[in-house]
Design a protein around this ligand. Structure first.
Ligand code: NAD
Ligand code: MLT
Length: 317
C-alpha cells in the first residue's frame, strides 16, 4: 500500500528532525501549533498527512472534515488523542512510535519514586523559600521496600529492572504475562488483591482502557498499606484523582507523584487541590520530554510516513 503524500501538517511541537527528514525526501511540510478546532478544520483540508504529539485532539469531527487526509501519525506511544474508530471508518491510516520514549518515561518514573522517598521536591522548595528544616524532610530508604508495577510492558519492565538495583522487591500485575515471564525479569506476578496490602509503592504503566480506568480508586486505596505511595507516569484516569486526594487528606496514602492528569492542562478544582497537596509531586506530562526521546520519535514517525508513501523502504506497511 502506498499513499501519495503531497503535503503534511505538523500541528504539535515535534523535533525538527521530523520535518527535515520529510522535506529532504521531497514531502512538503507545514508547521502550525496551537490551532483552534475551527482553524484545524480549515487547515487540514490542504493536507493528506497530519503529525501530532499530545495536544492536538484528532476527533471524529476533525476527521470528518478532513476530506483529503490519508494518514495521521503520533510522535508518541499511545494514540489516545486520535479517534481510531472514526479514522478507520474513513480509511485513514493511524501510525505511532511505541517504544521511542519508553526509556525516558521509565527514568522519570524512577526519579519520582526516589523523590517521593526522600521528599526531594518539597525540601528543595523549602530551601528556595529560605528555610532549613532537616527534621521535617527526613525520608525512607527504598532498599527492602516493595514496589508494585501494574502493567508490565515496555516501561513497567524497565522500571522494574532499574528499581531492583535500589534493592526494591518487585511485584507486578499484567494479565498478558505469566508468572514465569515476570520471574525472568526478577518480578513476582501476583493478583491485584494480593498486591494492595503489601506494596509500599505502586506505579501504573498500563494503557488507559475501560479495564484500567480508576484502577487506583477509593476501594483499592483502602485495601493498601497505610503510607502507600502512588506513581502515575502512564495516563490520567488510571488513578481516580478524587479518591487519591481523600486518601492523602486522611493520611492513609503517604504520597503521590503524578505526571499525567484527567484533563491536561488541569483545570478541575479537585485536580488542582491534588497538585497543591504537600505530599504530591506533580510534573506537566514530562515522561517523554527528553532530547533523546523527542529525536527518536520524530525520526521514527517521519520514516513511517516516508515508508507509507513509498519513498523509503526501511519499513513495509
Ligand atoms: P506497553 O503496551 O508496552 O505496556 C502496557 C502493559 O499494560 C501491557 O503489557 C499490557 O498487557 C498491560 N495491561 C493491559 N491491561 C492491563 C490491566 N488491566 N492491568 C494490568 N496491566 C494491563 O506500554 P508502554 O509503552 O509500557 O506504556 C505504558 C503507558 O505509559 C501507556 O499508557 C503510555 O501511553 C504511557 N506513556 C506515558 C508517557 C508520558 O509522557 N507520561 C510516555 C510514554 C508512555
Ligand atoms: C506518549 O504516549 O508517548 C506520551 O504521552 C508522550 C507525549 O506526550 O509526547
Amino acid at each position: 500500500m502506498s499513499i501519495n503524500l503531497r503535503s503534511v501538517l505538523i500541528s504539535d511541537p515535534v523535533d525538527n528532525l521530523c520535518a527535515d527528514l520529510l522535506i529532504s525526501h521531497g514531502v512538503p511540510v507545514t508547521t502550525k501549533y496551537k490551532l483552534s478546532k475551527d482553524e484545524l478544520i480549515q487547515e487540514i483540508l490542504k493536507h493528506d498527512g497530519l503529525i501530532v504529539r499530545s495536544e492536538t485532539k484528532v476527533t471524529a469531527e476533525i476527521l470528518a472534515a478532513a476530506s483529503n487526509l490519508r494518514v495521521v501519525g503520533r510522535a508518541g506511544t499511545g494514540v489516545d488523542n486520535i479517534d481510531l474508530q472514526a479514522a478507520t471508518r474513513k480509511g485513514i491510516v493511524v501510525l505511532n512510535t511505541p517504544g521511542g520514549n519508553s526509556i525516558s518515561a521509565c527514568e522519570l518514573t524512577c526519579a519520582l519514586i526516589s523523590a517521593l522517598a526522600r521528599n526531594v521536591s518539597q525540601a528543595a522548595q523549602s530551601m528556595k523559600e529560605g528555610r532549613w528544616d532537616r527534621k521535617l524532610f527526613s525520608g525512607y530508604e527504598l532498599s527492602g521496600k516493595t514496589l508494585a508495577v501494574l502493567g508490565f510492558g515496555r516501561i513497567g519492565r524497565e522500571v522494574s529492572h532499574r528499581m531492583q538495583s535500589f534493592g526494591m522487591k518487585i511485584i507486578c500485575f499484567d494479565p498478558m504475562l505469566s508468572a514465569e515471564d515476570t520471574k525472568k525479569i526478577g518480578a513476582t506476578k501476583m493478583s491485584l488483591n494480593e498486591i494492595w496490602p503489601i506494596a509500599d509503592y505502586i506505579t501504573v504503566h498500563t494503557p488507559l482502557i475501560p479495564q484500567t480506568r480508576n484502577l487506583i480508586n477509593a476501594t483499592t486505596l483502602s485495601s493498601c498499606k497505610k503510607g502507600v505511595k502512588i506513581i502515575n507516569v502512564a495516563r490520567g484516569g488510571i488513578v481516580d484523582e478524587e479518591a487519591l486526594l481523600q486518601s492523602l487528606k486522611s493520611g492513609h496514602c503517604g504520597g503521590a507523584a503524578l505526571d499525567v492528569f484527567l484533563e491536561e492542562p488541569p483545570k478541575n478544582p479537585i485536580t488542582l487541590e491534588l497538585i497543591q497537596h504537600p505530599k504530591v509531586i506533580a510534573t506537566p506530562h514530562l515522561g517523554a520530554s527528553t532530547a533523546e526521546a523527542q529525536e527518536r520519535v520524530a525520526v521514527e514517525i517521519a520514516e513511517q510516513f516516508l515508508a507509507i508513501s513509498g519513498t523509503s523502504n526501511k519499513y513495509s506497511v
